[in-house]
Design a protein around this ligand. Structure first.
Ligand code: ADP
Length: 388
């Protein structure tokens, strides 16, 4: 039989035991038969036997699913499940018991218990982690709030400073405008006086005195040109711009037609691409083109060819003025668009250093860009766009 079987009399004496039970309890049959059933029970199970199991069996004639712990001969403890019935055979009352060892089950129970403990521990750890995460989150939220407040403060500060700066710049612009404007009249008087003196008093003056007078006249005229350029530059920031269709080819052609070439200067050959159109402020675009074309002429002392054209790249219209003049080192290209930055001396080429700054300001007011490509002795090309 694949389970233990045991029969005992009402006084507890073991009457029968099958091999499975004997093996389970490590007894030989003669060691168990005739012995009290308590021999195979632990102390706790002996008490349970007397107080519950046997009274129940006696009263109901059967007892089912009774958990007991057996004690083997070597003293090992063995959990077991027992079903018992009370039968009368050959005139003797026998209590027949079937026993199933449960070492696996108790091991599983132990494992389940250990698993549950581990789970409880993990759960507790999870709760702790969640709590610390929550705490971290609260801290982060507090930091974010601080940052937000700081950012708002900074934004406010930037706004205030920008407004202050704008005001200061406007002040400065109107101040320089007023000064430049007021300088014009006395300067014109100096120019006129020195010209009259050069003409009328020249014969009575010594050669070095005459040279001084001519230098004075030259420098006064230079100053007047500079003031005109500055006034024009300053005005660019003040006036609103128009956005209308512009015939760029026509503007370039009229600028070239109005150019005058002093004696001894080689006249370049001009090419203007026909049909170039753009959108912007016609009078500002004229000023920009004037500066670029006049520069192309000025910095091409050997003449050569000057082209005004346009191309389309990435659906953007790019206008350009190209010359075959002296060119410049690209290292300086960001510099030349700043006011008063010149790469050549007055002795080489006269100028005020305002021309390209003016072009840049005009192009930027159109939300476009201006840049140059050049190399010394190889000519230059100035490109510009007019925004969209
Ligand atoms: P200006 O011509 O009055 O000096 P600009 O602002 O027009 O001032 O130009 C700044 C400088 O850029 C010039 O002094 C010159 O050195 C250089 N430059 C401008 N255009 C050309 C050009 N087409 N070829 C070579 N150099 C140029």
């Amino acid at each position: 039989m694949p389970c233990g079987f045991l029969s005992f009399a009402d006084d507890g004496t073991v009457l029968e035991a099958n091999r499975a039970l004997l093996e389970l309890c490590e007894f030989d049959s003669d060691q168990l038969i005739g012995q009290p059933i308590a021999t195979i029970f632990t102390v706790a199970s002996q008490i349970f036997y007397q107080t519950h199991f046997f009274p129940l069996l006696k009263m109901k004639s059967k007892a089912e699913e009774i958990y007991l712990t057996l004690r083997t001969k070597s003293g090992a403890e063995l959990p077991a499940l027992m079903n018992a019935t009370r039968n009368e055979r050959e005139g003797i009352v026998r209590n027949d018991c079937v026993l199933l060892a449960m070492h696996r089950r108790s091991r599983y129970e132990d494992e389940i218990l250990a698993g549950k403990k581990a789970l409880d521990k993990a759960h507790a750890e999870l709760i702790t982690t969640q709590q610390s995460l929550q705490q971290k989150q609260t801290e982060v939220e507090a930091r974010n709030e601080e940052l937000e407040t700081l950012k708002e403060g900074l934004e406010g500060l930037v706004e205030v400073r920008t407004a202050e700066l704008r005001l200061a710049m406007e002040d400065l612009e109107s101040f320089s405008y007023a000064i430049a404007h007021d300088l014009r009249a006395p300067l014109r008087a100096i120019i006129t006086t020195s010209e009259v003196l050069t003409q009328d008093a020249a014969p009575s003056l010594a050669a070095d005195q005459r040279a001084m007078l001519e230098r004075q006249s030259f420098n006064a005229r230079k100053l007047a040109n500079l003031i005109e350029d500055l006034l024009r530059f300053a005005r660019l920031g003040r006036e609103g711009i128009l956005r209308s269709p512009v015939n760029v080819s026509e503007i370039a052609t009229t600028i070239i037609a109005d150019l005058s070439f002093p004696a001894g200067i080689k006249r370049p050959t001009f090419h203007v691409q026909p049909g170039m159109r753009g959108t912007g402020d016609p009078s500002l675009i004229r000023i920009a083109l004037e500066n670029l074309i006049e520069n192309a002429v000025k910095y091409s002392p050997g003449g050569g060819e000057i082209s005004v054209g346009a191309k389309t790249e990435n659906s953007e219209r790019i206008f350009f003025v190209h010359d075959q003049g002296i060119g410049f080192d690209m290292l300086y290209s960001p510099k030349i668009f700043l006011p008063f930055e010149r790469l050549h001396t007055d002795r080489e080429f006269q100028g005020s250093g305002i021309g390209l700054a003016t072009v840049k300001r005009i192009v930027e007011r159109h939300e476009g860009q201006v840049w140059a490509e050049s190399s010394p002795g190889e000519g230059s090309t100035f490109f510009f766009t007019l925004g969209s």
